[in-house]
Design a protein around this ligand. Structure first.
Ligand code: ZN
Length: 377
């Protein structure tokens, strides 16, 4: 067979040209594919700018199906919807992310966390609870447990709240003993006396420095007619939680009078009053004085130390004045002015209330109410 050299001369450049054309075709194909994805984004963006958010989401979802790298866009979009209060849309975005099979574990956890936040913000607490429970063992576990704790506190599900508080403590998120004691105290309402006492004693064991279990136990013992036990409980509490004596001073006086232990109680109260000139302790000291005139002198002694409108008003109550007919008017005005000073105030949010709260009704913080009245703060 003849070997024609001219074939080689023609063939080589031809092969080169064909190869070049083929490579150009491949590149064009690639470019078309790449251009499809941005086109879907722009379409979605266009819908978004025209306030057609449903269509925008559909366009973005279509875009993301072809291109797994757009999960960031989904997260951004989902968070945007949640911030705008459009929870249903945020849920749709995050559920779509979770339904994809190509996400890494980190991204799945992130989507699960975002979904839980959607439900939380939407107030769908049972669905939020499910979503948060799925985050155990992930890097979001700590945040998820704190959110679960808030849910159980809000729904007053104390056994579950205790379970979560223990898990948080095991994760090294702080000391939850004070909270655990409150949860036990919260379960006392509605319990039978024997069960209630068991709960309170357990709370005292969990948090020996907490004042609430002792105060509630003493109140229960007083109601049950056992003033002696109530007095013992309060006297012990005065030693373990001296800063809370103002909250239990009234109870202590009642128990001391019932059990004839005035001197003993007075010694506890005087010592507490020397430490801090509390109005409630002052009231209790006055109540324990056998002679009412001597009792009222205590208000004057208090006024020498503190310019207290409350003490001035109380002293004036039984004072004989020169123009007796105006006494009730002056007294009324003073009482009116002093009333707001007798409130308790949350140290966390400033919420004021006539009664002392262990959990602030305003900001839900625990132990945020000092045991002192507004005038003394
Ligand atoms: Zn508060």
């Amino acid at each position: 067979m003849d070997f024609d050299l001219s074939w080689l001369l023609w063939g080589l450049p031809l092969a080169f040209v064909l190869g070049w054309i083929a490579s150009r075709l491949d590149l064009r194909q690639l470019r078309i594919q790449n251009r499809d994805a941005p086109k879907a984004y722009f379409k979605g963006l266009n819908f978004l700018l025209n306030e057609q958010q449903d269509q925008a989401i559909d366009a973005f979802i279509q875009a993301v199906q072809n291109d797994p790298d757009t999960s960031e866009l989904h997260f951004a979009l989902g968070n945007l919807f949640r911030r705008r209060g459009e929870y249903e849309r945020a849920v749709r975005v995050h559920e779509h992310l979770l339904s994809r099979g190509d996400l890494s574990r980190e991204e799945r956890d992130r989507a699960q966390h975002a979904l839980a936040l959607d439900f939380l913000k939407a107030g769908l607490l049972d669905r939020a609870e499910d979503a948060l429970r799925k985050l155990e063992g992930t890097e979001y576990e700590g945040q998820a447990l704190l959110a679960l704790l808030a849910i159980y506190e809000r729904t007053r599900d104390w056994p579950h709240a205790s379970e979560i508080a223990r898990k948080l403590e095991a994760l090294g998120q702080g000391n939850f003993n004070g909270r655990l004691a409150h949860y036990l105290c919260e379960q006392v309402a509605g319990a039978q006396p024997a069960e209630a006492e068991k709960l309170l004693r357990e709370a005292m064991k969990v948090a020996p420095e907490a004042a609430r279990p002792g105060i509630e136990l003493a109140a229960m013992q007083t109601r049950g007619g056992d003033a002696k036990a109530a007095y013992e409980t309060l006297a012990r509490l005065a030693r373990s939680a001296p800063s809370h004596i103002p909250l239990m001073a009234g109870q202590l006086v009642d128990a001391a009078i019932a059990t004839n232990r005035r001197e003993d109680a007075l010694a506890i109260l005087l010592e507490a009053y020397e430490r801090a000139h509390s109005l409630d302790v002052l009231e209790a000291i006055v109540a324990l004085q056998a002679d009412s005139a001597a009792g009222r002198d205590w208000y004057l002694k208090h006024l020498e130390r503190e310019p207290s409108l409350v003490a001035a008003s109380k002293w004036l109550t039984h004072e004989k004045l020169e123009h007796e007919q105006f006494h009730s008017l002056v007294q009324g005005a003073l009482d009116h002015a002093a009333r707001p000073l007798m409130r308790y105030r949350c140290a966390a949010c400033g919420f004021e209330a006539k009664q002392h709260f262990w959990q602030c009704p305003g900001c839900q913080a625990w132990d945020s109410y000092p045991a002192r009245r507004v005038e003394e703060l």
